[in-house]
Design a binder for this molecule. Structure first.
Ligand SMILES: [Zn+2]
Length: 172
């Protein structure tokens, strides 16, 4: 688990312990009973979830299926506002390379070196890169929607260990 994820988990746990009424952290619905400890304790994290999520988790466990924390409502990224979508794709590409290249390279490196947590870095990307529309982690590339199409940037590590970046603009 990444540090960011752990922080958020501890924050939710503290709020539940304090008795705060919140949406179910797993499904995001207003289905939590009062007091919080009368709800189901999740099998995935030390958090209370609503009864229907508790039942779903029991079924998933029985079927040996995963539903990781990265899929939970409470862990979905809060996307920062962005005006990129209103710009032509060529301009979007320029802006992203100028303003977000360092962040993207960092995220690419994390996904490359810590692939187990790639889905967590993927969520982090949406929070730290305004205007980001989609991220794929294997291989690592990102897409930004634009007024007339989209900008796509792809990352890889060359045999010399240097990070290579390919960028292109596609029409709508
Ligand atoms: Zn729920």
């Amino acid at each position: 688990m990444t540090e960011r994820m752990e922080r958020r988990l501890l924050d939710l746990k503290a709020r539940q312990q304090a008795g705060e009424h919140m949406m179910c952290p797993r499904c995001g619905a207003d289905t939590m009973k009062e007091p919080v400890c009368t709800n189901a304790l999740s099998r995935v994290a030390d958090l209370y979830v609503c009864d229907s999520c508790g039942t779903a988790e029991a079924m998933l466990a029985f079927m040996k299926q995963d539903y990781p924390l990265t899929s939970w409502a409470a862990f979905q990224p809060v996307r920062p506002p962005s005006d990129l979508e209103a710009l032509p794709a060529a301009e979007v590409l320029q802006r992203v390379m100028k303003e977000q290249a360092d962040t993207l390279i960092h995220l690419y490196r994390m996904c490359r070196d810590d692939p187990e947590n790639a889905s967590e870095y993927r969520l982090e990307a949406f929070e730290s890169c305004p205007g980001l529309t989609e991220v794929w982690t294997q291989p690592f590339y990102v897409k930004y929607r634009a007024a007339d199409g989209a900008a796509i940037i792809m990352f890889k590590t060359g045999t010399d260990g240097r990070i290579q970046i390919a960028e292109c603009v596609v029409d709508k």
